[in-house]
Design a protein around this ligand. Structure first.
Ligand SMILES: Nc1nc2c(ncn2[C@@H]2O[C@H](COP(=O)(O)OP(=O)(O)OP(=O)(O)O)[C@@H](O)[C@H]2O)c(=O)[nH]1
Length: 361
């Protein structure tokens, strides 16, 4: 029996994974694609956006959401059973696409394709790592060299002290194909500089392509035939390199997320401006969700990556679905202690209609 190819789409929070997958589904060329989506935070926004996007081949049946934590930590409990169920279906997919959370290490996930129950049926066609070119250009993932040097002087086993940089490198290290996305946000010289930077970090065989809005021919993304499960042992993550043989579980303690339930949003533009100020005031990496705009039959999608905010109406609220404003906020643990989370929650709520919020509670 021919193995089903599976593509792992990874990349940091907000790099454009869901956008790229949405475009891929729109141009699937008749392939039946099953999606497995994993998110950090207790609100399944990506799956909801994809099933709400109206693409014929993207129904709730085609999308499985894994929301019990990062996929790299829940391989045995969540991912393997999901794959087993998928493979037991009468109508098998032609291709499986897995979107990892923006904080996931791809290595444990890819290694799971060597588990006997999966290995006989599925092969990893390739790991596609999506990169926010503008964020790299702005130094978002760069170590503060002075800080690292000081920390290393105190603990010489230390590699990085910046969880963003470490994760970014691990996601690049796992890649078969790298997509320099958001090319529209940088000029040509910056794009080339970032390409050079990334190129120097990955193996020669790894292809690097650029994209705007995640738009790439599906044949560029699918059909790499890399068989990455056989190669992944040589693409170790920082965690694996540091704790080899120690049986030391990794976690995502450096990151924090919480959900804000708020009232109605009377003025989406003013709301976005208010959110922008909240993000600027606290080091929020990612904020996303849906908002209830009074008098509008459609729900408002709210997407923020750093300071950049986007809002658009995607689909009508469904019958029986409660109209609500719910946003997930993600940042570094150090920047989001309980008091700060409380302040952010209160500030966001204050941007919405408090009376409606009180009535809803
Ligand atoms: N300007 C610009 N914006 C983009 C591009 N690709 C994606 N975006 C925007 O970036 C934001 C995040 O995109 P997503 O596709 O949700 O990113 P993601 O990687 O799936 O995010 P997480 O799942 O939260 O990690 C959205 O507002 C997108 O519209 C691009 O090429 N250019």
């Amino acid at each position: 029996m021919q193995k089903i190819p599976a593509t792992v789409v990874t990349g940091f929070l907000g790099a454009g994974k869901t956008t790229l997958i949405r475009n891929m589904l729109q141009n699937a060329g008749g392939r039946k694609i099953a999606l497995i989506i994993n998110e950090f935070g207790d609100l399944g926004v990506d799956g909801d956006i994809l099933t709400g996007c109206g693409i014929e081949t993207c129904t709730e049946d085609d999308v499985v959401e894994l929301t019990n934590g990062c996929i790299c930590c829940t391989v045995a409990d969540d991912f393997i059973p999901t794959m087993t169920k998928l493979l037991a279906r009468d109508r098998l997919p032609d291709h499986i696409v897995i979107e990892t959370s923006g904080l996931a290490l791809p290595q444990p996930l890819v290694a799971a394709f060597n588990w006997p129950e999966v290995k006989t049926r599925v092969t990893v066609d390739g790991v596609v790592t999506v990169i926010d070119t503008a964020a790299v250009a702005a130094g978002r993932f760069a170590d503060d060299e002075a800080k690292v040097a000081a920390a290393r002087a105190a603990d010489e086993s230390l590699d990085h002290d910046n969880p963003l940089e470490e994760l970014f490198e691990d996601q690049i290290r796992a890649a078969d194909l790298i997509v320099l996305n958001k090319a529209d946000l940088v000029d040509a010289a910056t794009l080339e500089r970032v390409r050079g930077e990334i190129d120097s970090q990955c193996a020669e065989a790894v292809k690097i392509v650029t994209a705007e809005g995640g738009v790439l021919p599906t044949d560029v993304l699918l059909g790499l035939s890399a068989g990455t499960e056989d190669l992944i042992a040589d693409r170790k993550s920082h965690h694996e390199l540091h704790h080899e043989g120690e049986g030391h579980d990794h976690d995502h303690d450096e990151f924090e997320s919480f959900v804000v339930e708020a009232g109605q949003v009377a003025d989406p533009k003013a709301f976005a401006e208010g959110l922008s100020a909240v993000i600027a005031g606290h080091d929020i990496l990612r904020l996303k969700g849906f908002a209830d705009v009074p008098g509008k039959p459609m729900r408002l999608v709210v997407q923020a990556v750093g300071q950049r905010i986007e809002t658009y109406f995607d689909r009508p609220w469904k019958q029986g679905e409660s109209r609500a404003t719910r946003l997930v906020v993600i940042g570094l643990h150090d920047g989001l202690d309980a008091a700060t989370c409380g302040t952010i929650r209160a500030t966001i709520r204050a941007l919405t209609d408090g009376a409606a919020q009180a009535a809803a509670e």
